[in-house]
Design a protein around this ligand. Structure first.
Ligand code: CIR
Length: 260
């Protein structure tokens, strides 16, 4: 039986626009270098293909600086795609751009209508449930609307919290296999992963938590050798991608694709 939480056939990505220099960020660490980001993005897409993905590569959207972070605008379940309602006002228009793309792939595309807000970066699908972290971008009303919507396919949704100062729930965790989560210690300390096996990122390597499992590969940001070695010792097959530019905008591996 296939496992919908990390076995996928398709991914959607979007090329970073030159306007990426205006992307949102919690802290000013300097502007990302667009040329470097294009190289990293090409490597990311190639690695998704190595993992077995058929990748739909969308063109740049200059009007939306953060549009490379496609994960936040939709939730792609096996049966249905749900368009999100980003809590960042500058990102609302990205949803309208993604709608026709998903309609071309899915028989059914639903949308979060509000008044609540919810972003894909706050949603972690596991084999048994959908975890959604409240954050500065995702509120209770957004979670409730999604919970009601997906209950019709039998999905169980659990509302959890994101530690203060962390942009999205998945900034601090990722799914490694049906029972294993890679998490920062600060997120795990909230108790949200009690029913899972948890591997902690190495101290000082918290940014490694935003990785993805796509079929046989774990795709993680480069530069976190102790966490990489932990994963290798656990038997995971790992690929590392330079993430220096996305990191300036609080982005990591999960944000850069929709996977289904
Ligand atoms: C933002 O603040 O919305 C973007 N600069 C980064 C979004 C990262 N997305 C994600 O973690 N899923």
């Amino acid at each position: 039986m296939s496992n919908f939480s990390y076995e996928f056939t398709r991914a959607i990505t979007r090329l970073p626009a030159p306007s990426i220099v205006h992307g949102l960020r919690a802290e000013d660490l300097g502007n990302p270098d667009h040329d470097q980001m294009l190289k990293d993005h090409a490597h990311y897409v190639l690695t998704l293909k190595e993992a077995g993905a058929s990748v739909t590569e969308l063109p740049t959207l200059e009007a939306y600086p953060d549009s490379v972070f496609v994960e936040d605008v939709a939730l792609c379940l096996p049966e249905v795609a749900v368009l999100m309602r980003p809590g960042a006002p500058s990102r609302l228009g990205e949803v309208i751009e993604m709608a026709p793309v998903l309609s071309g792939v899915y028989d059914q595309v639903l949308e979060i209508k509000g008044p609540g807000f919810i972003e894909g970066g706050d949603i972690l699908m596991t084999a048994k449930e959908i975890l959604v972290g409240l954050s500065s971008r995702t509120d209770k009303a957004g979670v409730a609307e999604l919970a009601e919507m997906v209950s019709r396919w039998g999905f169980k949704l659990r509302e959890v919290t994101t530690p203060p100062g962390v942009l999205h729930f998945k900034t601090d965790c990722s799914l490694l296999d049906t029972e294993t989560i890679l998490s920062t210690k600060r997120l795990d300390a909230t108790g949200c992963f009690e029913n899972y096996r948890v591997i902690h990122t190495a101290d000082g390597e918290e940014a490694a938590a935003n990785s993805i499992r796509f079929n046989h590969l774990v795709i993680m940001p480069a530069g976190f050798p102790r966490t990489r070695d932990l994963l290798l010792n656990e038997g995971y097959e790992v690929r590392e991608i330079n993430n220096s530019e996305c990191a300036r905008l609080d982005g990591g591996m999960s944000c850069l694709s929709l996977r289904f």
